[in-house]
Design a protein around this ligand. Structure first.
Ligand SMILES: [Zn+2]
Length: 138
């Protein structure tokens, strides 16, 4: 990789139902990225199960910055995420997506404060009725 290659950091949930299809779409959209997979993805910035989870996420972002000098941080959440209690917590898919957009916006504020040098983008990863992964900009 040349020094001029701009890379991103993507924060993604561990969920096997989403990441295998999401990775190539994310690569097509953002180019090369350092991948941080952690259960609940952006939730770890806002309301981690354990404070240590937030620390691990922030440390991994910092390591990526130190090693690869990314200019963009992409925070994602996905629908039917177990860390949020799954889709059953919501009346509709639209409501669930709206909830995650709100969560991601709050997480982005925190990330921007921690890493002001990074451009922060937020994305809801959804699956349509045919099982196709959709990247929804928040
Ligand atoms: Zn999840």
């Amino acid at each position: 990789m040349s020094d001029t290659t701009k890379i991103s950091i993507v924060v993604l949930c561990i969920d096997y139902r989403f990441w295998p299809q999401a990775l190539p779409l994310l690569e097509a959209k953002y180019g090369p990225f350092d991948l941080i997979e952690i259960a609940g993805a952006a939730k770890n910035l806002l309301a981690p199960l354990e404070e240590d989870d937030r620390v691990v996420l922030l440390e991994n972002i910092q390591i990526s910055i130190n090693l690869h000098h990314p200019d963009r941080l992409v925070l994602t959440n996905h629908t039917d995420c177990g860390a949020y209690g799954g889709s059953g917590q919501f009346k509709s898919r639209a409501e669930e997506i709206k909830f995650h957009k709100t969560e991601l916006r709050k997480a982005a504020v925190i990330a921007k404060k921690e890493f002001p040098q990074l451009k922060v983008e937020i994305l809801v990863i959804d699956k349509d009725n045919q099982g196709q992964i959709l990247l929804i900009e928040a």
